[in-house]
Every structure is written in structure tokens, then in C-alpha cells.
Design a protein around this ligand. Sequence first.
Ligand code: NAP
Length: 328
Amino acid sequence: MEAVIVKQPGDASQLAIGTVDKPTPKPSELLVRVHACALNRMDLLQREGKYPVPPGASQVLGVEMAGIVEACGAQVSQFRPGDRVFGLMAGGAYAQYCVIDASLAIQIPVDLSFEEAAGLPEVWYTAYQALHLIAGLEHGQDVLIHAGASGVGIAAIQLARQAGARRIIVTCGSEEKIAFCKGLGATHAINYRTDSFRERVAEWTEGKGVNVLVDFVGADYWLDNIESLGLDGCMVILAFMSGVSVPEFSIAPILRKRLRIEGSTLRSRSIAYQSALRGHFVASVLPGVINGELKHVIDRTFSWRDVAEAHRYMESNQSRGKIIMTID
Ligand SMILES: NC(=O)c1ccc[n+]([C@@H]2O[C@H](COP(=O)([O-])OP(=O)(O)OC[C@H]3O[C@@H](n4cnc5c(N)ncnc54)[C@H](OP(=O)(O)O)[C@@H]3O)[C@@H](O)[C@H]2O)c1
């Protein structure tokens, strides 16, 4: 079968369509003919040789896709060949065929296209996990979400709104992204290129700080993040796009404010954990996506033949929402 291959670890010019073995489903798995897959930032790192693939996972890039079931493993009873499915996997989505554990697959609702379904799992699972399962966001609380116009940020803004958060404060890198985030339910937004989120959060929360903070930026924001957290605040660290080292830092505020700081990942989690998240998504998020209450935003769709261009577009930080590739 055809799949995206990485000729040498490196930049987007190393991506090409090549030939690899078609995967064989295990007894608990589905073989899926992929029609669309979604890009994620970890794909960029994996392409550069900086993201270790979980043991046993496909070396082919891509962790989420939508397509049609071609064959079912012997233990699979809930799906049949011909079913339209989507889901999150440990790898292998940038290909004509992939395998996915049946417990992680979801029937595509009739009103959703392959392109819409392909990019649902990663961002919504991650935002749901951060706000609800880790931070335990409660009605009336204040939340700060960095990279508000990122795929995960878009989902987090709307889940915070759905949960009845009081102030939903976001940071982003342009006025256009600020307007976009406000359209999704952010109550306050800061352009981090021209303003200090630490100062605005203090002003808008009357010096109290936020209850919940979702961070993807890491080193550059660490000190201001700690300052922006209120008493008993919880910060969920999901990425460190600016780096990992903070030269000098007093741990006193962690104790004084009784802070909780928790990191999380998705790809390295067990199938049982991911399957439980899938359950939360199907029960609490997917109905809102179908009825339009929750907006799933696709920024751009590329043919997978233009995979290098799609990666460069993600690297340019211009996108607001998911970048999708269709697979012929
Ligand atoms: N741990 C997990 O379980 C998990 C799961 C999913 C995703 N993630 C991570 O979460 C992050 C967001 O993912 P995504 O798919 O939502 O990303 P995305 O849609 O590609 O958006 C990322 C945005 O972050 C902003 N950004 C980039 N570098 C930055 C920097 N140095 N400082 C401040 N802002 C920066 C840019 O927007 P601006 O124009 O606003 O700067 C960029 O458009 C990624 O790093 C991803 O790997 C983690």
C-alpha cells in the first residue's frame, strides 16, 4: 500500500509517498481503508526524529483518521466491513490502510464527513481530559487557556463554556485569533505579542488568579503561569512549545497557594485509558458537535500528495483549528 514515509529525519522536504506493507489486524483490531487523517504537532517532532513512537506502534506518521472498515479481527463484534469509522491510534494514519483497536473506534455519525470526523479525537479528548479529568473544572470558576486558537485551545474554550466557567481567558498571537476565540466563547483574550497575560489576568480576576490553567508553552510562560494561578489552582501541562528549562525559580508559591501542577499525554496511554476517554467523548462531546453546539473547526484540507506543504503550513502557526489530509 502507499503511505507517507520520512526519507531521513528532518524538515518537511523529507516527506514523500512511498510503499510499505499493508498492516494486518490483530484479533481485537479493525483494518480501515483511510479516507482522511489529521495533522498533529507531534507528527512534526516524529518527522524530525524527536518523538519516540510507543512500543508496538506503526512507524508511519499520524494518530487519527476516518475511513471505512475493510476487515475485522476475530474478536471484534461491534463493527462490520463497510462501517464508516474514526478514531485515535498510536500511529499509522498517514496511509491508505491502518489498524485500530476496535475499543478506540467510533461510528461516524451520518451528518459528518470523513474530513470532519478525522480530526475530532485528539483535540477533544485532550481538552476534556485536561479540564474535567485532571483539573476538575467547576461551574463559576475562572480558566486561562494558552494558544487559544490552537486545535486543543478551540476545544477547551468551548468545553469551559459548556461547563459554565465564569471567565474564560485566552492568549494568542494575533488580533484575528483574538476575535476568533471570542466568537467561540472566550470572555477575555490577550495578544501575547503586545501585552502581558500576567498583568491582564491579575486585573480581570481582581488579583485572585485563575482556578484552572491549560498550558502548551512551557518555559517562556512558567513564571507568569505560577503567578496567574489562584489559591488551590491547577495547571495542566500539555506541551512545551517554547522550551523546557527555567533558570531560576522559587517553589514557594506552589506551597503557599497549594497549587497542583500535572502533566499529561495521550499517545503513550494504555488502550483501556484511551477507551475510557473515548467513552467520555461519545457521551459528552460528540452530541454537541453533531447538533452544532460545539464547533469543530477545520482550518484547511490538503491532499496527502501535498503532505510537505501541509506540514509547513502547521509550522507557520497560521492555522486556527485542524489541518486535514484526504487520502486517495
Ligand atoms: N499532552 C497531550 O496529551 C497533547 C495532546 C494534544 C496536543 N498536545 C500539544 O498541544 C499543543 C497544541 O496542539 P494543537 O494541535 O492544538 O496545535 P495547533 O492547532 O497546531 O496550534 C498551535 C498554536 O500554538 C501557538 N504557538 C506555537 N508556538 C508557540 C510559542 N512558542 N509560544 C506561544 N504560542 C505558540 C501558535 O498560535 P499563536 O499564533 O497564537 O501563537 C500555534 O498556532 C501542541 O504542542 C501539541 O503537541 C498535547
